[in-house]
Write a protein that binds this ligand. Sequence first.
Ligand code: FES
Length: 110
Amino acid sequence: MALTLDDGRPALLVMQPDGPRAFLDRCPHQGSRMLTEDETGDPYMDATGGLILCHRHQACFEPHHGTCISGPCVGQRLTALDVERVHNDASPVLLLLWEAPGSGGELREK
Ligand code: FES
């Protein structure tokens, strides 16, 4: 799922069995955006739906930590965003995302 942070940077959200993961939409290979403009399916996922795909040069990233497992930047990682899932009466779930340098992309509940 494509998102835009408050500061205008593009990001992506990937739902995993143990909760959401979020990353900046910036490929470690050339620093460009990764999404496809193909309007069918998820703009960030591969055909299996199990891996994040940079559509520019086909780098594949595992969605839990954002590590590249195939393609031109193997071993490099996407920039993980911390996610805080907030529950309240007005909105059952509100996701807050932010970049925390050095973080592996923490998930918190509030
Ligand atoms: S810019 Fe992502 S694989 Fe080249």
